[in-house]
Every structure is written in C-alpha cells, then in structure tokens.
Design a protein around this ligand. Structure first.
Ligand code: PLP
Length: 356
C-alpha cells in the first residue's frame, strides 16, 4: 500500500524558533518549522515528504470542507532524562487514527508511514521542545479528503499530514464544569468514538453557552436520557468516590482516550479499585452532597489530568474539595509523568524514543 518509505526532506532556511519563546505560549498557536505530508491516490500512499510548515492549496470543491471527511489525532513528545525526546504510546494513536478512518470511510495509514513520518519530523524539530517544566511538543497528525467534487461519496484522494507545536502546561486553574442535559455531543451508534472534525464543530455552540455562564467546559451526558456521564469537553472524565475510581465505560459515543487507558492501568497497579460503568448525574450529585466524592478530573493528552473544582447541575454549583499533594489524581499524574520522562521503569513499553 506504500510505494516507498523514503521521506524527502526539504529543510527551512529561515527558522521561526524565536516565536517559541513568546509569552504566554498560547496552546496551538505557534507551529514548529516543518510539517510532514503524504498523499493518497489510486489506492496507495505517495510522496511522503517533510517540508517547511505552510499553507496547503485545496480545491474550493474539496469534499472535506463540504462533507466533513476529516479526522485527527493528538499526542505529545516529551523530554527524557538523558536529554532525549520520546513519544508516548504512539502506536495507540496510530491504531485510533485508523479506527477513526474506518468509521469515516477513509483509507488506513500504514504503521511505517505514520511512525517514520512522526519520528523524522519530531527529530528535525526537537529544538522546538520548550525547556520549561511541563514543556512538550504537541503533535497533531490529521487526514482529510482532497477530491474536488461535490458528489456525496467517499473521496478517492486524501492528504495525511503531521504538524507540531511547542506547549507548556495546558490548564492552570481547576475547572468549572456543568452537566449538559439538552444538547448532545454524540449518540450511541454515531461517530463520537472517532476523532472526526464534525464532533468538535457541533460541540462549540453548547460549550459557548456554558462559557457565557462562567463555566470552562461541559459534562456531556448520553443522547437518549441526558442522565449518564459521557465525557467532559474533549477529555474523558473520572470521579473518585469512596476511594474508588469511577469512569464511564467505553461505547460508540465515547472517545477511547489513551490518557484514560494509562491512568486506569496505573491506578490498578497501585491497587486502587476501578469501576468502568454507567455513572449518572444523580449519582455524582448524591456523592457530592454525601461528602463521598473526593475528586473529579478530566484526562486527556493536552492537560494529562485536569482537576475539576466546581460541577454545575440544574442551576446549582457544587464545590469539590481541592486535591492536595497526596490526592490520588496527583499520585497517578506523578507516576505517569515519571514513566514518560524516563525517571521510572516503563513496564508496558509506552515510551518510544524518536532516536538521534
Ligand atoms: C482526544 C480526546 C480525548 C482524550 O484522548 P487522549 O488520547 O487521552 O488524548 C477524550 N475525549 C475526546 C472527545 C477527545 O477528542
């Protein structure tokens, strides 16, 4: 499916690295010097190349723009102990990209194309990794249809690309969130498990309404009863009730987060009880009122673990006690960070160095 693995590289002769040190470093605004591209046509991937970051020409009839065949991934490269750079569970991102592709009738990206493009690009722009605590290179692989044709059918041509941006700590303050019980992010049988662009576009309006009320994000609930917790914003969500981690079980309407997987694994390894099951807004509010809800947090690549300070429900704001340094979320977050940075053993082979 791949005509050649040789990646042609055209380096920039005008690095924009000074942009990296702009303060504050706003998430997703400054991009590293290079990007990776590969084109799909005639049933094969062609023309894998790395070139200076820049605009892409598209047809006005581009079918991704009209019908939304567009998917993406989100991952990070982290600095490691010995001064190297490593990816975290990149094969999980590769597999999820292809699961999203299948749902959207798009072609699979071969493992070598994904991994080699990723590693070469990150190696080339490794100097963009901010030398600050919590600094990382956020990596955005994505694929979109490129047919210039208005027929509603899967495109025959696609572009797969990877861009990267330097980031520091994502959320500074604990989040204010509220249950959303009118609008829906995704329904059972829909495409909520896929990282496809349309999911995010449809979430913006209800999110904007919540932000006008002073919340940062929503807690999405299920599409049929508006009762069962799904996710928070673009993160998976976890509650600690009576010392147990409770998180919604995966379904076609929930994104299978790699941070979620990693946090649950580390929690189980620490001997913490984990329940993946349905969890209702009533249960969460009941636990808040009974004082048994110890922590609530979002989990995702951008923030890793984002503590929730306030949950709004039916016009009422409920406060969650501040997580101290010994809180479970902090201990799990620290364990995850230590594996990522090479300070702790990596029993599951999650850390993949990009090489010299
Ligand atoms: C990407 C994403 C997540 C988190 O996935 P990670 O692999 O942990 O970054 C959760 N929910 C949604 C809707 C997402 O898009």
């Amino acid at each position: 499916m791949l005509d050649t693995l040789a990646i042609r590289t055209q380096r920039t002769n005008a690095s924009r690295i000074a942009e990296r040190d702009a303060t504050p470093l706003e998430f997703g605004k400054v991009f590293s010097d290079h990007m990776f591209l590969a084109e799909y046509r005639g049933g094969e991937w062609h023309n894998a190349q790395i070139l200076p970051y820049g605009d892409l020409p598209v047809s006005p009839a581009n079918s991704a723009l009209h019908y939304g065949q567009a998917i993406f991934e989100g991952m990070k490269a982290y600095p490691t102990e010995g001064g190297g750079v490593a990816l975290f569970r990149p094969l999980d991102n590769w597999a999820r990209l292809n699961a999203s592709a299948e749902r959207m009738c798009m072609p699979a990206v071969p493992e070598e194309l994904f991994m080699q493009g990723l590693k070469e690009l990150v190696r080339l722009d490794a100097n963009w990794l901010p030398q600050v605590s919590g600094g990382a290179l956020y990596i955005r692989p994505f694929m979109f249809a490129t047919d210039g044709m208005l027929g509603v059918r899967p495109s025959e041509t696609y572009l797969f690309a990877i861009i990267t941006c330097p980031v520091d700590v994502y959320y500074s303050k604990p989040l204010r969130v509220r249950f959303e019980q009118k609008y829906v992010r995704s329904a059972e049988g829909g495409a909520g498990f896929a990282k496809n662009a349309g999911n995010y576009g449809a979430a913006m309006y209800p999110t904007k309404l919540a932000q006008q009320e002073g919340y940062n994000q929503l807690i999405w609930t299920d599409a049929s009863e508006h009762q069962y917790v799904e996710e928070s914003g673009t993160m998976n969500i976890m509650f600690i009730i009576d010392g147990k981690i409770i998180t919604p079980s995966l379904s076609t309407s929930i994104l299978d987060g790699i941070t979620r997987r990693s946090v649950l694994q580390l929690a189980r390894d620490m001997g913490v009880a984990v329940e993946e099951r349905r969890v209702s807004s009533r249960e969460v509010i009941g636990a808040l009122q009974a004082g048994t809800l110890q922590e609530a947090f979002g989990v995702g690549t951008a923030a890793t673990i984002a503590p929730i300070a306030v949950i709004g429900h039916e016009g009422h704001d409920y406060e969650i006690p501040t997580a101290g340094p010994d809180a479970l979320s902090k201990r799990i977050g620290a364990a995850l960070g230590a594996i990522r940075n090479g300070q702790a053993p990596d029993p599951y082979g999650w850390v993949v160095p990009v090489g010299e």
